[in-house]
Design a binder for this molecule. Sequence first.
Ligand SMILES: C[S@@+](CC[C@H](N)C(=O)[O-])C[C@H]1O[C@@H](n2cnc3c(N)ncnc32)[C@H](O)[C@@H]1O
Length: 210
Amino acid sequence: MNSKPATDPGTFWDERYADTDYIFGQEPNQWMAANADLLTPGLRALVPGDGEGRNGVWLAARGLDVTTVDASPVGVDKARKLAAASSVTIDAITADLREWDAPEAGYDVVVLAFLHVNADDRTGVHRALARALKPGGLLLLEGFAPDHLGTGKGGPPVKEMMFTEERMHEDFAGLLDIEHLEVLHTELPASERHGGPAIVLRLRGRRTDP
Ligand SMILES: C[S@@+](CC[C@H](N)C(=O)[O-])C[C@H]1O[C@@H](n2cnc3c(N)ncnc32)[C@H](O)[C@@H]1O
């Protein structure tokens, strides 16, 4: 998809996930949960950058058919353990999304929760993941907005890796009908590593007909 990454997100996140605790907790992402009515049993869901698996496992418990992809082998192992402990099945893949071939039109739902890749890679990754949706398929995205930097915990170290409305329009141009797009001040749950006051961008879109 893109050139070989200069940085290695797998190693970076392996170190953070080394603890037995689930550093983002086991509760689902707030924005995904707010759209629960749209996440119905039997849908095929792709959860790129699912880390320790909280979102994939929550979707699987709702009866969706779930594939997760993450660059961190330690995170993927914890995701599999969380699925087993929750008596659900997920297909948890270890891969760098900058190189992973996302199947075109393979999924009804794609959920992106705080997946921040390098600025140079973001558009390519986002476009490939939007193309993984069937026509009419649902994409939910939440991540930090640039104004979060210096005001809250966690998030990428540089504003270029964060999300603005303009960047989302560029990334998904011609691929998504955007139904909801906002930057807001919110409070992330204390159970999450970046819990507390936060400035985030939330997007909900539907795959256009190719
Ligand atoms: C901030 S964590 C969020 C984890 C999860 N989405 C959640 O909300 O609990 C970001 C995750 O994205 C993954 N990630 C970052 N860049 C990636 C890449 N290029 N390919 C695959 N996974 C990546 C990391 O390994 C990490 O698990």
